[in-house]
Design a protein around this ligand. Structure first.
Ligand code: SIN
Length: 195
């Protein structure tokens, strides 16, 4: 089992921030099991959600990993408008990263990223991204194969389907459209209906 929590501790000096903002784009939007000082919808640019990361510790097991989201960089085509990736930003204290680093230990690394708030303010924030070099990375698959794996998987944090359904619900609550997430949801709902 990989564990990025020690690496993450040394990636940023959290004392250098006046305010620490965490940007969540997956389960961190809806499963808020940490204290926060403030919470605001926000977005980042240049990245898109993908169910390409394996979950061996939360929504799957070592033998049967589930699928959870990570972010992949959008190809910077100069003619293409970059779509925002909408999520939730939390102002937190440095101590909270003890818990967050443990929660996100299955391949996610902490990065700094500019976070744009609804009023247009931009602040440097922190984000967890699991890149393709991590051992739990599953990578691209068809929407239907991803939905099938999500449908079948479960782990210590619960059903993989609930991760997806909760994420889709929270994105709608934020008025965010995410083609990738919503199309996997459509497939999953069909599997659920015919089960
Ligand atoms: C996040 O939510 O920001 C990271 C991925 C996850 O924990 O689902």
């Amino acid at each position: 089992m990989i564990d990025t929590s020690d690496i993450n501790k040394s990636r940023q000096n959290l004392d250098q921030y006046d305010e620490i903002w965490l940007f969540g784009y997956g389960s961190l939007i809806y499963k808020v099991d940490f204290p926060f000082l403030d919470k605001q919808p926000a977005c980042i640019y240049g990245w898109q959600r993908r169910f390409w990361q394996g979950s061996h510790d939360h929504r799957g097991t070592q033998e049967n990993p589930g699928r959870v989201v990570t972010l992949v960089q959008i190809d910077q085509n100069k003619d293409a408008m970059t779509e925002p990736c909408v999520g939730m930003a939390y102002q937190v204290s440095a101590e909270v990263f003890e818990h967050l680093d443990y929660r996100e230990k299955n391949g996610y690394l902490r990065h700094e990223i500019p976070v744009e708030f609804v009023d247009g303010t931009i602040k440097q924030g922190l984000i967890y991204i699991a890149d393709e070099a991590n051992p739990a990375y599953l990578g691209e698959a068809s929407i239907s194969d991803i939905a099938q794996q999500v449908f079948q998987s479960r782990g210590p944090s619960g059903e993989n389907r609930d991760y997806l359904l909760e994420l889709a619900r929270s994105l709608r609550a934020l008025n965010a459209h995410d083609e990738h997430v919503f199309s996997i949801e459509q497939h999953l709902l069909r599997f659920l209906q015919s089960a």
